[in-house]
Design a protein around this ligand. Sequence first.
Ligand code: GLP
Length: 255
Amino acid sequence: MLIYSFSSPEAVGKFAANLIQAQVNLKPSCVLGLATGSTPLHCYGELIRKYQKKEVDFSQVTTLNLDEYLGLSPKHDQSYRYFMEKNLFSQVGLTDKQTHVPTGESQDSEKEARDYEKLCLSHPTDLQLLGIGANGHIGFNEPSSSFALSTHIVELTEKTRQDNSRFFASLEEVPKKAITMGIGTIMRAKKILLLATGSSKAQAIQKTVQGPITPETPASILQLHQDVVLVTDLEAASLLNEQDLPLGTEWRKEA
Ligand code: GLP
């Protein structure tokens, strides 16, 4: 794992956008795995600026999003399809045909999960962007007693529902279930770019990088991936202990 820490969330976003731009320029027909949440917003804003300046072209790119709430229509302003359309797709020329987000209101969500996994298998991901939940979840893979391998339906923890309730009118409105790529789906990506900002993520980042690999901290599995870049601000990195990094982990302090 390669860790870069920066002084601000904006710098984290800029650096992440540079890495995504490099990926797209290197392989214009690449597959990008994308994430929602507030953390990637600076990165998406930067990609939009690069697109407007014609520094990056998404016309041949395919995207696969990590997850979606169950029961929300794509038009619901808290659905992840809506989030992606608003914050990236519509602003960089990414069309419906190029972009994939699991369907949250399928009649048969188990079948939707199986179909989405097949879609992921047929589009090997070149670069997977990830945020992290305060409890160490990635996508919506919540802490659990075992790692779920493929795309599946998940019951959201109260912690995650509370954390995400800031985007809804009330906690009651936050869906109780979601569909998410599994840990196995995520781990197949050739490269993983994990972003974390703010002190609320410090403990999750410490456990992800230096804790035991356990489904109780789903992101800890990333220690086993061969190409992970973790980009943090100083707050999210504040509990990392430089003297005690696992073998093969390098920390570059950019600020
Ligand atoms: C949601 C998403 C995750 C995201 C997490 C953190 O639960 N399913 O993919 O990483 O929120 O969100 P934020 O970046 O807003 O803290």
